[in-house]
Write a protein that binds this ligand. Structure first.
Ligand code: AMP
Length: 193
């Protein structure tokens, strides 16, 4: 099964994706992690995206689509993929659909984690203090949230019109959210959603 983990920054996408990987032997593709690794390794790509990421803006569609394209083609023997933080624009979603079609596959389910803005700000403030991630500072976070609202949230109707969108209450505890996601996956495999 191929899943998109969807939601604003700090909604818990990465945490839930990692839990799914452990339970269902899926491969997690986080474009944010890939870009951070490129920065740590000091590659040309890392240098190119560092300022954009620190400001909280989106990097170009071309860059993230080519990262995902490479991973999909390298991992055709996988049980399925979880896309975490990708797609973030309509162009990325269309490219992902086209890539999946190329491999006779498709996105099966889009899990949308719903968390209200004030809780997101509280979570980010805590994460900034604990982990010191540059783009968790209040200014960059404002830009990231704005990017989500103006460029990424428009994917909700895109996936809803394909009948793939499943909303999950991301305000609940990590374990409760995980239980709701397990229920969604079970229902999906029984053809109930
Ligand atoms: P994340 O860890 O998913 O919050 O991503 C951290 C940062 O990486 C984002 O604020 C963007 O600058 C960049 N990024 C990650 N994924 C994407 C994407 N799919 N499209 C554009 N930029 C991305």
């Amino acid at each position: 099964m191929n899943i998109v983990m969807f939601g604003p920054p700090a909604a818990g996408k990465g945490t839930q994706a990692k839990m799914l990987v452990a339970k269902h032997s899926l491969l997690q593709f986080s474009t944010g992690d890939m870009l951070r690794e490129a920065r740590v390794s000091g590659t040309e790509l890392g240098r190119k995206v560092s300022g954009i990421m620190d400001r909280g803006e989106l990097v170009s569609d071309e860059i993230v689509i080519s990262l995902i394209d490479e991973q999909i083609s390298l991992n055709q023997d996988s049980h399925g993929f979880i896309f975490d933080g990708f797609p973030r624009t309509i162009a990325q979603a269309e490219a992902l659909d086209a890539l999946m079609r190329l491999y006779d596959s498709k996105i099966d389910l889009v899990l949308s984690l719903k968390v209200d803005d004030s809780s997101l700000i509280n979570r980010i403030t805590k994460r900034f203090t604990e982990e010191g991630r540059a783009d968790d500072n209040p200014e960059s976070f404002k830009v990231r949230l704005n990017a989500y609202n103006t460029q990424t949230a428009s994917l909700l109707p895109y996936y809803s019109s394909q009948g793939k969108l499943y909303e999950v209450d991301g305000m609940l505890s990590i374990n409760e959210v995980s239980m709701l996601i397990t229920e969604a996956l079970n229902n999906k495999s029984k053809g109930l959603i």
